[in-house]
Ligand binder design. Structure first.
Ligand SMILES: Nc1ncnc2c1ncn2[C@@H]1O[C@H](COP(=O)(O)OP(=O)(O)OP(=O)(O)O)[C@@H](O)[C@H]1O
Ligand SMILES: [Mg+2]
Length: 304
């Protein structure tokens, strides 16, 4: 494992690994489609009350290669969800460019190039659990027999086989979140955008879902952009942890966490020295950007 808590590796001096991918210096229609996500000079300013403005993001340079697992970590309000929403074309940057597999964010959304699982589960209350998971397949005209098989597989994966006929308001928050995760995986996307998808889960389920996510990722080769408040979760899952600072939200550091192939990451890795070294590196990267000592630890960031 190599870490770069204070001195980013040469290829990540732009906080985005641009040197390793020359085709992305200026995103264009010819941007290399082997890159899952490219963000260049991305800024998002929100208009607040009485003309006040909130700069949620500024100068964001990020490259996520195809098949790469990148976590975004940083204090509450630093713009993690905003960045994910921009990539998913649920919002537009006030400056800068975003490409998803070489396409504009809009085109990628139209082509359904990715699956999303966000902070709020976002389920349709009038559809059963199975019907929610089935929705993307239905929208893409997959036949009903095939849909049924796939939905059964996905519900098995997230441990909700017995709840297929239930409705979202009959489930706990964590169960709703698992339905959303199953839905995001329905079409085996090449890119998964996940915003604290395991935040509402109990610790045991959370660890099981983390291992499942690594397995799914190894099987599908999907790239993942994963927002979390948990340092150990970021280290366990990621190839690279991107550290952000608040107001204005910027990428301040990166930690390269190479704990081996996702497929080989077992539970014992959580007790491994390399894992703890990764946790320390990310924690130091986060604390290095704490503005005033009086603020104490990084607010909103969980070191569990
Ligand atoms: N639609 C909006 N209108 C105005 N301000 C917004 C909007 N969405 C986000 N913001 C502001 O942008 C900043 C970043 O918010 P964002 O939700 O991206 O943070 P976050 O890093 O995801 O935080 P958390 O960890 O708490 O989820 C915050 O100051 C927030 O108030
Ligand atoms: Mg958020």
């Amino acid at each position: 494992m190599s870490t770069s808590p204070s001195t980013p590796a040469p290829e990540s001096t732009s906080a985005a690994g641009t040197a390793a991918s020359p085709a992305t210096a200026t995103p264009s229609a010819t941007a290399d489609a082997t890159e899952a996500v490219v963000a260049r000079g991305v800024e998002r300013i929100f208009a607040g009350a009485k003309g006040a403005e909130v700069t949620a993001l500024t100068g964001i340079e990020l490259t996520v290669r195809a098949g790469e697992f990148v976590s975004l970590i940083g204090p509450s309000g630093c713009g993690k969800s905003t960045l994910l929403r921009l990539i998913a074309d649920l919002d537009e940057p006030t400056a800068g460019v975003i490409r998803v597999f070489g396409k504009t964010a809009r085109q990628a959304r139209i082509d359904q190039a990715y699956g999303i699982a966000f902070q709020q589960a976002g389920l349709l209350p009038w559809r059963s659990v199975a019907a929610n998971v089935e929705l993307p397949l239905q929208l893409h005209g997959i036949g009903s027999a095939q849909r049924r098989t796939r939905v059964a597989e996905l519900l098995e994966l997230v441990g909700l086989s017995d709840f297929a006929g239930h409705y979202p308001d009959q489930l706990s928050g964590g169960m709703q979140q698992r339905v959303a995760i199953a839905r995001s995986l329905a079409e085996q996307p090449r890119l998964l955008l996940m915003d604290e998808p395991f935040g509402a889960l109990d610790e045991m389920t959370r660890e099981r879902m983390q291992t499942e996510l690594l397995r799914i990722r190894a099987e599908t080769g999907a790239a993942v952009v994963f927002v979390t408040h948990s340092i150990p979760e970021a280290v366990y899952l990621s190839d690279r942890v991107v550290v952000m600072s608040p107001r204005p939200g910027r990428i301040t550091d990166e930690v390269d966490v190479r704990l081996g192939d996702a497929a080989d990451r077992g539970e014992d890795l959580r007790e491994d020295a390399a894992f703890f070294a990764g946790v320390t590196a990310v924690r130091e990267a986060l604390h290095g950007h704490e503005a005033a000592p009086a603020t104490g630890s990084a607010r909103g960031v969980d070191v569990r």
